[in-house]
Write a protein that binds this ligand. Sequence first.
Ligand SMILES: [Zn+2]
Length: 180
Amino acid sequence: MPTIICPDCGKTTYLDPEILHYDWEIACKYCFTKMKVKGSTSKGIIVTRMRFSLRGLEQYWDYLSKIEQERLEEAVYCSKFAPTACESMCFDALCSLLRRLYGEKKELGYYTKKMEKDPNLSDLSGAISYFYHKRNQVDHPERTSNPLEAESTFSMTKRLILGIFKNKPDFVNRSRSLKR
Ligand SMILES: [Zn+2]
């Protein structure tokens, strides 16, 4: 029986084996993520998210500032149809969080260097170097993003935010008293 894996929760959904070609939207019955399902049983089925998801950030959501929450929510709304805007929103959210973490009012490039030298964040080196390479491309009007890039940036943003909160308990404590 043909199956698809939900890109968000990883659970399996079974498709009707009588249908040979798929090109429609379905929702995961476990987490309700909307997915586009395209392809055929013989050639393979491609599953893409209709929208990105903030799933995974629940436990730290309240420790994000209002601005950071709004930027991330806007990134979700932009995800499929405005990938350049989506990436910009991710960078803004990160930059705001990093300004709170390290102080000062600098740009993302400055903070990626700070994170690289931070011994508490050494297990995040992959995500950090992703943003180190990305930072020059953002907000340059001659460039646009494609949906795949937006998806990587969005998931890397989530990974970095989660990693920072996990590795920096003092930052979690500081974030408890955020004024809203
Ligand atoms: Zn799911």
